[in-house]
Design a protein around this ligand. Sequence first.
Ligand SMILES: [Zn+2]
Length: 498
Amino acid sequence: MLAAFWSAPGSAREFPHDPSGVAPQQLEPEDPFDLRTPPQLLPGELDYILHVESGRYLSQGPYIVDSRVQDTEDKKYLLTTAQVQALLQVHAKQQSLRRHPRDTGLSGQVQKQQARLDVIRRVFEQKGDPGLLGPIQTGPLLPGKANLFDLFLSQVSLIGTPPQKAAMQEAMVLLLATPTGRQLAKEFVRTGAKADISLTVVENSKVIDVNGKKFLFGSGGSSHISQEMIHVYLNEDYLKTDRTIQQHDMAATIGHELLGHGLEQIKASDAGVLEAYNGWYEDNETNAGLVGWIISAELGARLDNRHMWNYLRSPQAYHQTLQVTLPYYATTLSPDEIKDPLPVLRQRLSHVQKELDDIQKSIAEWEAWRPRIDHFINVHKMKRAAFHSLIEDIDNSVQQTLPAHRENCNAIVQHVEAAILRGESKSGASEIQQIQVQFAQAFLMREEEQVRSRRDYLSNLVRGKSYEAAYFSPPEPGQITWDELNKMVHADIHLRQK
Ligand SMILES: [Zn+2]
């Protein structure tokens, strides 16, 4: 029964306590603990609390509930901030014992990693010279002892030409410089699974020039599992982008594919729910997305991923955008939607058809800027060169990115139509029933919890920040900006009358 998803297993009681829409800014020790209030929980902390005393504590909205408290008056069943802190202190103690059995300070290796991460952050912050990263260190850090890099690379083969391999190795070094990258790489090593990574052609991928730098527009990669072997395919266009941009993105993409999708696919396969996880479960992508974004943020990279900001603002808006981005996302579903998937898929189909209309309108709107720019050049005698950056923006949109988006949407229409046809068939209906059974397993419930805890951790990492434009290529001084052009158009007597 799927309704059980949203309350804890075995708990017959409901705790009807509506959170207020606004999280308290500060919590007193006796206030009910609120997951939304800074500083939020770290990854693993909520998990820990929910597993203490065989599931005594349950997560309910932003609150944590003590299932042993019968008294529903005065909200006594809501854990207070002081109670949560006491639990977390026990957790922290256990963690530090596990990590450093003897010494209390940071070990030499951890310090080295920390220093390396600081260098990387400075490179990204200074719009830096990639050479600052120094030679790529691939040998053991401690002679004679295998380090995490070697262990990880003994299970992950990099396939490609020498320059491709060098780029992938560099991305691996960056990935393993981050706390989350290291933690998940250790988990991967423990599974004993094997993976390979190679670069490949990605459909509808574009390399676009923006103010003299080359960026990738398109999917960064994909992954595929067959018999405990993970295959990661990275977009070969990465090597055509500027080196800093490549460094900036490739580590996060490998994290997304290998330690987001791949690692979780191994677990899903062990739990017997791989078909549901891979083919149908919407938060498979959310989880991988979070892993990649966290790695970017931990690297100190620019927070220029619109999907990330979209997700943090509204998971629903994020999924709706993905559904018109690539075919795969258009047919994955939430635990609620899998209960009755066909109406959802039909709705998605009309959503993507509307997106196709919007793309046409968008192209026309971009095109409408050309005569306005020409007006300032021809009538007001302004220099064409001052509009170079804006004209490049228009060209990129109408000739590259929007047509690529249109191609993807056409592929989505076919993909969703095929999924609807299959769902309407007899064999399709029984397939959906099997998937519904897999969705009801405890595994996917734990995944939902993990996504929530990673979301909290990421919110914490990026608190106080907002979308950062890709800083690598600001327009040159003297170039007219969109803001300025807008003002010029509004102030212009000829254009205003049109
Ligand atoms: Zn993905």
